[in-house]
Write a protein that binds this ligand. Structure first.
Ligand code: PRT
Ligand code: ZN
Length: 210
């Protein structure tokens, strides 16, 4: 039996479950249960917070998982990635108040930047040769400039409407992300075989939807 970790509730949940169902794998879900077993495939599903998924897979508590690349890379676990899944596409972007004059990323030198992705942001700034102060906050990053916490933010953007409604403009794309399937490095031969069967079905679903 292969153990798959997916997000319990959030932007990845629905599409993750949909993908598994489209693979012809049946299971019964209940919002109260944290674990379900498929009735027709050797798969057990664990429902977790997305941030916990890379760690659980790295530790082998779960064999495989579905998570955003943004979370994976932030936690330094990109080695676990096996397959891009094509949903939950978004980007991590730098944004500043729309009234700020902005020409290039160099304008952020010496500034305070609020983010929930300090590692990805730090390596981007280093690449660009920019020295800024990173303030790590876990949520509501978009309000940081209006409350005087930071002059800029680095956050996930998809449509861009959250930035606009907070008086911000997107100025740099830091990282492009989508959902990825990740796998533990030490899978047994038996589990590897189940994963191959699952990947075969995922590829078929992906081909059919093209
Ligand atoms: O509770 P748990 O920890 O499991 O969930 P979470 O709240 O940490 O994550 P969740 O469900 O919000 O997002 C899960 C994953 O979906 C993220 O890690 C991304 O990979 C992906 N994703 C795709 C997004 C978005 N699109 C997105 N738009 N994650 C967050 N957002 C937020 C963003 O933070 C911002 O507040 O939506 C807002 C911006 O959206 P737009 O459309 O206004 O630009
Ligand atoms: Zn999360």
């Amino acid at each position: 039996m292969l153990r798959l970790a997916i997000q319990k509730s959030g932007r990845l949940s629905e599409d993750s479950l949909k993908l598994i169902r489209e693979c012809g794998i049946s299971f019964i879900t209940s919002s109260l249960k944290l674990k379900t077993e498929s009735t027709n495939f050797p798969l057990e599903i664990l429902y977790l917070r997305d941030d916990d998924i890379p760690g659980y897979v790295a530790d082998g508590v779960a064999d495989i998982g579905i998570v955003g690349e943004n979370v994976l890379v932030e936690e330094g676990k990109q080695a676990l990635a096996v397959e891009k899944l094509g949903f939950s596409k978004c980007r991590l972007a730098l944004a500043v108040p729309k009234t700020m004059e902005y020409e290039s990323v160099q304008d952020l030198n010496g500034k305070n930047i609020a983010t929930s992705y300090p590692n990805i942001l730090a390596s981007y700034l280093e690449e660009q040769g920019v020295q800024a102060h990173i303030h790590t906050i876990s949520g509501s990053v978009e309000i940081a400039p209006s409350i005087g916490l930071a002059e800029a933010i680095c956050d996930i953007v998809s449509s861009g409407s959250t930035l606009i409604s907070n008086g911000l403009k997107e100025v740099e794309r830091v990282f492009k992300s989508e959902a990825v399937l990740i796998a533990s490095e030490g899978l047994s031969e038996e589990k590897r075989e189940i994963l191959d069967r699952l990947l075969f079905r995922i590829h078929a679903v992906q081909r059919a939807s093209k």
